[in-house]
Structure formats: structure tokens, C-alpha cells
Design a protein around this ligand. Structure first.
Ligand code: FES
Length: 174
């Protein structure tokens, strides 16, 4: 049986490696009736929210009109078009990451932030988002911290990152 075709998305000029993760999701869902929603879900999990640039990329890759992509993204309340916080901490809670300790990282980060995943800290510094699998299972446990995939996370490194974000511009409230 032939392998499914690989989608050739246009290379992203930013060089941002997260687009490679998105390409995998596009290849996986391409041709399915619900491809647009599934790919937008994947895009939001990888990037934290759906900015215009991302919707243009998805529209081109799936060969859909941008108006349709934008329409779906704005119709469903679970899609976010803007980050709520200054920084976005996307923690992967997929199976590989979960068995490597993602739950402990989640607890530690929530404790430090005083906010749950799915929420933004009161000072608007950090939005906490859970993802299923961001496609880097070999590096588990994994998070996407603003623009970068961070692998082999520990509770200490995760909390350290949050502290650094919170320190930028003001003292850390401990
Ligand atoms: S399960 Fe976390 S990257 Fe795959």
C-alpha cells in the first residue's frame, strides 16, 4: 500500500523550527474533511495562539482560502488569535512527556505562577497552555517556550524559565 503524500508547504522565511512540527500535522491530516480544524488545533498547540502569519501558512498548505481559515479560527471559542500573556509556556502533556514527568512540571509551574494551565498569570506575564503532542517525543518532557522548543525539561528548569520571565521588568514575587 502506498504511503500518504507528503505536503510540501512553503518554507517559512523566519527559519522557526516550529513550522516543521506544523508541517507534520499538515501531512497527517491533509485530505481529511476535518483537516482545517485539526491543523489549527495543532498550530495553536505548537505556537500557543493563531497569529495572522500562521493562518496564512495553514491556508497555503491546505490550499484553502484565507477567509475560510480565518472564519473557522474566529468562529470557535477555543481558538486564540492573540496571546493573553507577554510570554507563552506550552507544556506537552502527551504520553511520552507524561511518563517522563510532565505532570510534576505542570504542578511546579502552576504553583510558581499562581495560575493553572489554561490561564494567564495575574500580572499578564505568562500564559500557561497544555498541548497533546508537539512532535518531539524523543526530547520528552517538552515545552514550547515562546519561540523555542525546550526538551529534557526538569521542574527546576521550567520554574527557572518562568522566574526569568517574571523578573523581566519587575521583581519576582515569591
Ligand atoms: S508526547 Fe510530548 S512531544 Fe510527543
Amino acid at each position: 500500500m502506498a504511503n500518504p503524500p507528503t505536503v510540501q508547504s512553503p518554507a517559512h522565511p523566519s527559519g522557526d523550527n516550529r513550522f516543521k512540527l506544523l508541517d507534520r500535522a499538515i501531512t497527517k491530516h491533509h485530505g481529511r474533511g476535518d483537516a482545517l480544524i485539526e491543523v489549527l488545533h495543532a498550530a495553536q498547540e505548537i505556537f500557543g495562539f493563531l497569529e495572522d502569519d500562521l493562518m496564512i501558512y495553514v491556508a497555503r498548505a491546505l490550499k484553502r482560502p484565507l477567509s475560510q481559515v480565518y472564519g473557522v479560527a474566529t468562529f470557535y471559542h477555543f481558538f486564540r488569535l492573540k496571546p493573553n500573556g507577554e510570554h507563552v509556556f506550552v507544556l506537552c502533556m502527551g504520553t511520552a512527556c507524561y511518563v517522563k514527568g510532565a505532570a510534576a512540571i505542570q504542578d511546579a509551574v502552576e504553583h510558581r505562577c499562581g495560575a493553572k494551565f489554561g490561564e494567564t498569570t495575574e500580572d499578564n506575564k505568562v500564559s500557561l497552555i497544555s498541548a497533546r503532542c508537539v512532535g518531539s517525543c524523543g526530547l520528552a518532557p517538552v515545552a514550547v517556550l515562546d519561540n523555542a522548543v525546550a526538551g529534557k525539561l526538569t521542574t527546576e528548569s521550567a520554574v527557572g524559565k518562568v522566574d526569568a520571565w517574571k523578573r523581566s521588568g519587575e521583581e519576582v514575587a515569591v
